[in-house]
Design a protein. Structure first.
Length: 305
């Protein structure tokens, strides 16, 4: 009888030890799995990365709402009623709590529809490497509109934003540049807005390019060269006028007969557009001279070709 009792106790101890070993093994496995999963999340989580571009603009909601109300109430009331609060909410939902490298056109589609408005014919002005000059020109001449003069462009100009999967859902420290990931909030937004701006153009459209840039005035990799030029509608646009501007006192790397301009003309001709090109379009050149009145190019008041 004592022998049987001893055997029973031994079996109980054995079962208990086996149970403990199994439990410990399960705990170790759980810790290892948790470590692997956590390490994987750290490797891909945007929160752990320091992007190269500036973070989300402080007080972004107030900035967007303020610009929206200013645009529809004071600058261009002819665009009609726009629900600025809905526009802000649509923008926010397009990026908040999302990986800033996984933004899709679908994220911004509701925003594009809410903020779109007609562009008057003969007023569209496209630009590449002439941002400051083009916008100074549209400010002084209300007969032309750049993308940044539309509601979408006006609200987003020089503003930055991006999300993060973890709280608070917005990254105020840094955002990714296009070179870091193509599908970032800024790149996707401007590509969609540029496409919509080109599609809305009608009548005669203008393109302001920089003839002082060494790499060529027309670049296939630019927003104009890769998106806008291919979304102009030949059934709506009657002609494309190219204004090839040179910096006052700067190099004249290319003229209207230059290599990249010929490439642009070829693209436009294949799409059945009528084309003109003018070196140093006089009204824009005179605007350049406001900041350089004593330069010989300005004193002569002649084209610098």
């Amino acid at each position: 009888m004592p022998f049987r009792q001893g055997s029973a106790r031994t079996r109980q101890r054995t079962v208990l030890l086996v149970g403990i070993v199994v439990l410990l093994a399960a705990l170790v496995l759980a810790v290892v799995l948790a470590s692997v999963l956590t390490r994987g999340k750290q490797e891909v989580s945007p929160k752990m990365l320091k992007w190269k571009d500036r973070g989300t603009t402080k007080n972004l909601q107030e900035v967007i709402l303020g610009r929206c109300y200013s645009y529809v109430m004071a600058r261009y009331p002819q665009v009609g009623d726009k629900d600025c609060l809905k526009i802000w909410e649509s923008l926010k939902h397009g990026f908040i709590y999302k990986n800033p490298c996984n933004i899709t056109p679908e994220d911004y589609q509701p925003l594009m529809e809410l903020a779109s408005h007609p562009i008057p014919c003969n007023k569209s002005l496209f630009w590449s490497k002439t941002s400051d000059l083009a916008h100074r020109y549209t400010k002084s001449n209300q007969n032309f509109l750049t993308l940044e003069d539309t509601l979408l462009g006006y609200m987003a100009d020089r503003v930055s934003w991006c999300g993060d999967p973890s709280a608070p859902g917005i990254n105020y420290e840094s955002c990714p540049k296009r070179s870091e990931c193509e599908s970032n909030p800024s790149s996707v937004f401007w590509k969609m807005a540029s496409k919509m701006f080109a599609e809305a153009a009608c009548g005669v459209v203008q393109v302001m390019l920089n003839g002082s840039v060494e790499v060529g005035a027309f670049r296939s990799s630019s927003i104009f060269g890769s998106i806008e030029v291919f979304n102009l509608n030949p059934d709506k646009v009657s002609a494309v006028h190219i204004w090839l501007m040179h910096d006052i006192g700067g190099p004249q790397s290319e003229s209207c007969s230059g290599h990249s301009i010929k490439r642009l003309k070829s693209i436009l001709e294949e799409r059945n557009f009528k084309i003109t090109c003018e070196d140093n379009y006089r009204p824009v050149q005179l605007l350049q001279c406001v900041h350089n009145p004593d330069h010989t190019d300005c004193r002569l008041c002649t084209n610098t070709t």
